[in-house]
Design a binder for this molecule. Structure first.
Ligand SMILES: [Zn+2]
Length: 409
């Protein structure tokens, strides 16, 4: 496969879409036109938390759901509407105790989540296809199926046994981030209330980087402390990704990175994928009544209340104390800032769907073409969109895989 393989698109469709765009030289591209163009690209979101929904009662990935009804954001009909081919479907486990029991429980949860992702694909072979090679995306797109790469958010389930990463690799894992909300055995998180513990990666975290490199797994620095990200860039043999992150220059939040780190990431060949998690995009007003209501809901959840009861309760809360979300425009401020600082070869999309992502006007994947529309309006070309929507993420995966192949005897 040549590296240009990702740029070879369905030429006919592409020409039609491009002419549509060129007709509007003033940049006033309609959403329909932007959607038509987007359909010709490989479109990947690098952080889909949708696997968390796969085992939820009443959720069927093949059917159309709505955010207003069950708070989900991704399903096949909506992916089709929003011209999203797929992406990296995450195995997420929350950070728990650093103990043998904690590790074992999260390992089992992670294995079940990996199985749920594989089952989603194997049960629907005409709809989805599992991808393990960077070049698979192109082939799957050609067959008009949805692309499923597997990633891991929080490597906590690996415990202290680095060899478990290979087990997940064999399950199809191709991207992994060391930490989530709190510090763990692999290093420091950007949001641990107790602050930094390891000054970046722990010794075990350094081993994790080496093992990911050996296997051909892309390292993901989202949620990692800035020092951890710097360690990852320094130690990794191949460029890292930030699968869902924003810009500190727009909103100074620990989950975002500053321009210096952004430039360092790009200089090493890495990519930032723009996060649409409202609370990280701008300072939002706090509603104490909502906070109290959400706390009550969490208590019900912990008591193991029935799913329908929880859902009804949540609808009630959203009706009485609606969540305040950031605007699409603020999302694009982060996006355009990253593009201004490091250019379109180092920016992509990871909106944290089904994991807390979503901004006003774009609360699910249906309105994703608004991004394409806006980027065209800002003067970005179709080639830039090819990179932003998928080729950048696939490039770092290809580099990880090339490196792994080169060290295999
Ligand atoms: Zn996350």
């Amino acid at each position: 496969m040549t590296k240009n393989i990702w740029h070879q698109r369905n030429k006919k469709l592409s020409t039609i879409a491009l002419s549509l765009v060129l007709w509007h030289s003033a940049g006033a591209v309609t959403l329909e036109e932007a959607t038509a163009l987007q359909r010709t690209l490989i479109t990947l979101d690098t952080h889909l938390d949708t696997p968390a929904n796969l085992l939820v009662p009443g959720f069927n990935i093949l059917e159309r759901h709505s955010y207003g009804h069950d708070f989900t954001q991704v399903d096949v009909p909506r992916m089709k509407d929003g011209a999203l081919d797929g992406g990296f479907w995450a195995i997420y486990t929350p950070q728990g105790e650093l103990s043998k029991t904690g590790y074992e429980q999260s390992r089992d949860t992670a294995l079940l989540r990996a199985l749920a992702i594989r089952t989603m694909v194997s049960a629907n072979p005409d709809i989805f296809e599992f991808a393990t090679q960077a070049s698979d995306a192109q082939e799957i797109k050609k067959q008009a199926k949805h692309i499923v790469y597997m990633s891991m958010e929080n490597s906590y389930p690996l415990g202290t046994d680095i060899s478990l990463l290979e087990t997940f690799y064999k399950f199809g894992l191709r991207m992994a981030g060391p930490v989530h909300f709190k510090n763990n055995q692999f290093g420091d998180s950007s949001t641990d209330p107790s602050g930094s513990q390891w000054d970046g990666l722990s010794p075990l975290g350094e081993e994790l980087v080496a093992e990911a490199n050996r296997l051909g797994i892309v390292l993901d620095g989202s949620h990692a402390h800035d020092e951890t990200v710097k360690d990852m860039i320094r130690l990794s043999k191949t460029p890292i990704i930030l699968s869902h992150t924003g810009c500190k220059a727009i909103y100074d939040h620990p989950r975002n990175i500053d321009d210096a780190l952004l430039k360092q990431l790009a200089a090493s060949g890495g990519v930032i994928q723009m996060n649409a998690y409202s609370e990280y995009l701008e300072a939002l007003p706090v509603d104490p009544a909502r906070q109290a209501a959400v706390k009550g809901l969490m208590a019900l959840y912990k008591q193991g209340s029935d799913h329908d009861v929880l859902l009804e309760k949540r609808r009630e809360i959203e009706h009485e104390h609606p969540a305040v979300k950031a605007s699409f425009d603020v999302y694009m401020q982060h996006f355009l800032h990253a593009l201004k600082i490091v250019g379109p070869k180092h920016v992509g999309i990871g909106a944290d769907w089904d994991g807390g992502g979503g901004v006003n006007e774009m609360m699910d994947v249906v309105n994703l073409p608004m991004i394409t529309q806006r980027l065209l309006k800002e003067g970005y070309s179709k080639d830039d969109l090819v990179d932003i929507w998928g080729a950048n993420a696939l490039r770092v995966l290809q580099q990880a895989q090339d490196y792994a192949a080169s060290v295999k005897k």
